[in-house]
Design a protein around this ligand. Structure first.
Ligand SMILES: [Zn+2]
Ligand SMILES: [Zn+2]
Ligand SMILES: [Zn+2]
Length: 343
């Protein structure tokens, strides 16, 4: 039983850890909660350590730096190394269908292409030359995005749905969020790459999880392990049950079990986040707008237009023009002619 408990603890630890990282990097209120906690602790921690920690946090989260890209590639490398060195060979011995075994590599290739595109693409940075172009793309709602306002930091006129990114220090059109994992803003021109990147990342984690689980199940089936018997602590002859099997597999293939736990948790979280982003894409909202507040319940808000044909209490975001049109807007964003020529 001990190993099962240990494995469940490991899963819970992973789930909480990854969820915390995701939430903390996105949620200002939680961040300030942690800062408050840190202030309480500051009486006991020496000043120099505090300053060093502050500097490190500032470097990591408030400046553009490639550390999370390196961490991302390192984790991906470790998962694929374990897959290649152990699971792939075992699965071949068990005569798995080869194209299934090669699928994770295909997904990795596509994922790395879109990862690079998301990292390096211009997210829709607003400057003096394209300012007037961006001003015409979206209507001002005069609630979240008032007309004739200027960015306090760069002094440019603020197009609707844009936001100044403090990390990158420029205004970005149709700003979604700043992603530390790709060290870039997610905006009008690279949301499409980001979505495909997330989709392939979730798919590759899921296929590796399914393949390693299938390997373990197949192994148990082929070796007739469940028909065996063993002698327990009290000297009684016992037939093998599920708990015993899990303990056995844990001892025989510890790395595969840890990998399985990691990719299972990862694929669940990524799938959840992807669903959230697809919901935003389908309803033509950005994370920034979603976070700023849900206005749709309010009948008096100019942000919301009531469609008379629809049932009462159903209202629309003024930027949403139907599912396909919303998707087209993300995958074929408005680009000024001179930018097109540059490409
Ligand atoms: Zn800072
Ligand atoms: Zn700005
Ligand atoms: Zn940014």
């Amino acid at each position: 039983m001990d190993f099962l408990v240990l494995f469940l603890f490991y899963l819970a630890f992973l789930l909480i850890g990854v969820a915390m990282i995701c939430i903390f990097t996105k949620n200002q209120r939680l961040k300030s909660l942690v800062l408050g906690g840190a202030q309480v602790c500051s009486c006991i921690i020496p000043q120099c350590l505090q300053r060093a920690a502050q500097r490190l946090l500032h470097q990591l989260f408030h400046t553009r730096n490639p550390s999370f890209i390196v961490l991302h590639l390192l984790l991906q490398g470790l998962v694929y190394a374990e897959y290649t060195l152990e699971i792939f060979g075992y699965c071949q011995e068990l005569e798995f269908y080869l194209p299934y075994l090669l699928l994770p590599y295909l997904l990795l290739g596509v994922n790395l292409v879109f990862f690079t595109l998301t990292c390096s693409a211009n997210p829709g940075i607003i400057n003096k030359t394209n300012e007037s172009f961006f001003l015409q793309v979206y209507r001002f709602d005069d609630v979240m995005f008032p007309e004739n306002s200027r960015c306090f930091t760069c002094g440019l006129r603020k197009p609707a749905r844009s936001k100044h990114c403090r990390v990158c220090d420029h205004c970005v059109h149709r700003f979604d969020h700043h992603c530390i994992w790709v060290n870039n803003c997610i905006g009008a021109w690279n949301t499409r790459y980001f979505l495909i990147y997330l989709l392939t990342l979730a798919a590759s984690a899921a296929t590796i999880a399914i393949l390693s689980a299938a390997f373990l199940v197949q192994l148990v089936a082929v070796s007739d392990l469940y028909q065996e018997t063993y002698i327990d602590d009290f000297g009684h002859l016992q037939s093998v049950d599920t708990v015993f099997l899990i303990q056995y597999l844990f001892l025989a293939f510890p790395r595969i079990i840890f990998l399985l736990g990691f990719v299972m948790v990862l694929s669940l979280l990524l799938a959840g986040y992807l669903c959230f982003l697809l919901y935003l894409a389908a309803t033509n909202q950005t994370t920034n707008e979603w976070y700023k507040g849900d206005w749709t319940w309010c009948q008096n808000c100019p942000m919301v237009t009531w469609s008379p044909s629809a049932e009462p209490h159903i209202c629309q975001n003024i930027h949403s023009h139907g599912f396909w049109s919303n998707l087209r807007e993300i995958f074929l964003p408005a680009i000024p002619c001179y930018e097109k020529k540059k490409k």
